[in-house]
Design a protein around this ligand. Structure first.
Ligand code: GDP
Length: 362
């Protein structure tokens, strides 16, 4: 499963956010692994398209897809030199697929700020510097290895050396490796390094309940992220934690009072999902309407394999209706009558929103 790691300085609201995310209470028995590690939360991905499909199909249940968030506490200045439990935390981040970087934009005299003042940009810089220093150390070691190897003139080694040198310069200039926009081939060459600053990253600005507008701190985070091409999600973690504890009907009322359509957490989850470069397809039967996660670009057999490996091995054809057509023609029969039902083969690349039924041999 893909992981989004939650990082940030101490006391910025990481745990508050993580707890709110995991309050969503995915049935633990379906995800045995999530009970093993208290720092990993399996979170359902809210997708309004599922409700629309369910209105038509009227299934017994709706099963959303999930992503995992990991609470990575304890990243402090000096981590790359082993300060605190630095190395362990960096190792935990290395295992994630994307990073949600929480920054404090709320004022609260009761909550100590580690640097003594609220300054989200300097907080970002502290964390990003640690990540960059850790990457520089990895790149330097890799450069030593590959420099020796490339003397023999091996083409891959030379290519790797070139990419590593570019990354080193980038890091040395204080910029994250992801800013180089490496192509897939270049990324593959340095994949084994699990570089921290190469991971897709978003910033989560933890603001006061009235801090969503006219907030210079938030504006500065936004400007910084824009410059990096990163997303910012503004939330109030304290309120999210409250909302997460409410029953469904109370929740609706509470959100109505705040003038919100949905909890801010939904935006966090969706932004995390999109960082991971994933697509969703649906199966829609009377038993269940269900969302499945695939990497963007997955073929029909690969997508079938997400349901069951036998589906991939025995793949024959995929019956496909796009989400728009499924809704517009009110289900499978309507889509068929309108000529919007397709039979696709093994080379078909499944699109986000496709409603699919697989035919397979067992
Ligand atoms: P972490 O160290 O980053 O995991 O931070 P915590 O989630 O433990 O939060 C640190 C403190 O800040 C706790 O006392 C929280 O209750 C408080 N806190 C977190 N989010 C907010 C917020 O949005 N507003 C306010 N006022 N306090 C918050």
């Amino acid at each position: 499963a893909l992981h989004c790691g939650i990082v940030g300085l101490p006391n910025v609201g990481k745990s508050t956010l993580f707890n709110a995310l995991t309050q969503a209470k995915i049935a633990a028995e379906n995800y045995p692994f999530c009970t093993i590690d208290p720092n990993v939360g399996v979170v359902p991905v809210p997708d309004p398209r599922m409700d629309k499909l369910a209105e038509i199909v009227k299934p017994e249940r709706i099963v959303p897809t999930t992503i995992e968030f990991v609470d990575i506490a304890g990243l402090v200045a000096g981590a790359s030199k082993g300060e605190g439990l630095g190395n362990q935390f960096l190792a935990n981040i290395r295992e994630t697929d994307a990073i949600a970087h929480v920054v404090r934009c709320f004022q609260d005299d009761n909550v100590v700020h580690v640097a003594g003042k609220i300054d989200p940009l300097s907080d970002i810089e502290v964390i990003n510097t640690e990540l960059a220093l850790a990457d520089m150390a990895s790149v330097e070691r890799a450069l030593l290895r590959v420099s020796k190897a490339s003397k023999s003139g091996n083409k891959d080694d030379l290519a790797k050396k070139q990419v590593l040198e570019r990354i080193f310069q980038q890091l040395d200039a204080g910029l994250p490796a992801r800013g180089l926009n490496l192509d897939d081939e270049e990324k593959a060459l340095v994949k084994d390094l699990c570089l921290l600053t190469l991971k897709p990253t978003m910033y989560i600005a933890n603001v006061q309940d009235d801090g969503f507008t006219d907030n210079p701190l938030l504006d500065r985070v936004q400007a910084f992220a824009d410059n990096e091409g990163a997303t910012v999600v503004a939330i109030c973690a304290a309120i999210e934690a409250e909302i997460a504890q409410l029953e469904e009907d109370e929740k609706k009322e509470f959100l109505d009072d705040l003038g919100l359509e949905e909890p801010g957490l939904n935006r966090v989850v969706r932004a995390g999902y999109s960082l991971l470069n994933l697509a969703t397809y649906f199966t829609a039967g009377v038993k269940e309407v269900r969302a499945w996660t695939i990497p963007i670009g997955a073929t029909a057999p690969q997508s079938a394999g997400v349901i069951h490996t036998d589906f991939e091995k025995g793949f024959i054809r995929a019956e496909v209706i796009s989400y728009q057509d499924f809704i517009a023609y009110k289900g499978e029969q309507g889509a068929k009558d309108a000529g919007k039902w397709r039979l696709e083969g093994k080379d078909y690349v499944v699109k986000d929103g496709d409603v699919v039924h697989f035919r397979f041999n067992v």
